[in-house]
Design a protein around this ligand. Structure first.
Ligand code: HEC
Length: 106
């Protein structure tokens, strides 16, 4: 019986924590890595074409970055560089993904 309770507690904890905190690494891998690359260097086909910066060298500014992700980013000619994620991701998820990018800076 004791084992059973322990197991239930562990499961409830695992489920609760994943639903509460947005997983930045997972969100990043799913939505962002195709341009910014798994390691944030921007060395992907799309990233090089669009001119992604190397975020292993330059730290992301979380507030400014999160705003750009939410509202989208255009170049000076009005061409979309990064689409607006405000409708597909919550503020919390965007922030988690950008926070994850910060960890690329060595
Ligand atoms: C279609 C390609 C593409 C995708 C997908 C993409 N980005 Fe970007 N992103 C860019 C480009 C291009 C820039 C502008 C150059 C740069 O800052 O690297 C940029 C800029 C940024 C910046 C810097 C903005 C600033 O003004 O400081 C952040 C932070 C960022 N992206 C985060 C993300 C996150 C988080 C995701 C996933 C939710 C994502 N990007 C998905 C192409 C993309």
């Amino acid at each position: 019986m004791k084992k059973m309770i322990l197991l239930l507690t562990v499961c409830a904890f695992a489920a609760g924590s994943s639903a509460m905190a947005a997983d930045g690494a997972e969100l990043y891998a799913k939505n962002c890595a195709k341009c910014h690359a798994d390691d944030g260097t921007g060395k992907t086909k799309m990233g090089e074409k669009l001119g992604c910066k190397d975020y292993s060298k330059e730290a992301v500014e979380v507030d400014k970055g999160a705003k750009a992700v939410k509202e989208g980013l255009k170049d000076t000619g009005g061409k979309t560089l990064m689409k607006a994620y405000g409708e597909t991701l919550s503020d919390e998820e965007i922030k988690a993904a950008v926070e994850h990018m910060k960890s690329f800076k060595k």
